[in-house]
Design a protein around this ligand. Structure first.
Ligand SMILES: CC(C)(COP(=O)(O)OP(=O)(O)OC[C@H]1O[C@@H](n2cnc3c(N)ncnc32)[C@H](O)[C@@H]1OP(=O)(O)O)[C@@H](O)C(=O)NCCC(=O)NCCS
Length: 158
């Protein structure tokens, strides 16, 4: 059965919290923040599912008067990684941001997060800057961006 991505709702909150806690060791989004963001009109929250089971989620934030959306979080349940779930989630939030009038997606990633860096580079993100001492443990962040204008939004991820 194919994996599909749909908007996350309040009924998904428990699962999203569980995925967040399993996927990240630090800098986790709290249940309260996730609830607020699911209900926010300026957030895009996609949940990827297979046979009704949620495998991961992605969250992008948008700001009025800015053409730049920000990928704020993406996480896949550890036992479901390597199946292309994150690539589908990225495509979903990029497409949704583009339809809302955003021309660029930006993100920050820990400079030691190899799986995430490979995911972003493989899906067309380019590094343009670095923040030193960005995370609670002093790790730096790489800043990536991708133009959404160049995408053919009708196609899924390659
Ligand atoms: C990063 C993460 C979202 C990737 O999810 P995923 O569903 O496994 O990613 P995909 O299957 O779509 O993989 C796409 C590409 O990412 C890269 N990738 C994914 N997992 C990887 C791993 N363990 N090691 C190296 N590269 C990896 C590969 O380039 C892969 O392409 P390939 O399958 O052709 O090799 C997932 O590992 C995760 O939830 N990590 C913890 C949370 C996190 O770090 N989020 C990002 C915060 S910035």
């Amino acid at each position: 059965m194919p994996i599909d991505v749909r908007p996350a709702g309040f009924a998904d909150l428990d699962t999203l919290v569980a995925i967040e806690n399993a996927a990240f060791s630090g800098d986790k989004l709290s249940r309260r923040s996730l609830r607020r963001l699911i209900g926010s009109r300026t957030a895009i929250v996609g949940a990827a599912g297979e046979r009704g089971v949620i495998l991961g989620y992605a969250l992008a934030l948008t700001r009025r008067r800015s053409g730049v959306a920000r990928l704020y979080s993406i996480a896949v349940a550890p036992e479901e990684t390597g199946k292309g779930v994150a690539a589908l989630l990225l495509h979903y939030v990029e497409n949704a941001a583009y339809r809302r009038g955003f021309h660029t997606m930006r993100l920050e990633v820990r400079s030691d997060n190899k799986p995430a860096i490979r995911l972003y580079e493989k899906t067309g993100y380019r590094s343009f800057a670095q923040y030193e001492n960005y995370y609670h443990d002093g790790m730096s962040a790489l800043r990536y961006q991708k133009s959404l204008c160049a995408l053919n939004m009708e196609n899924g991820p390659k």
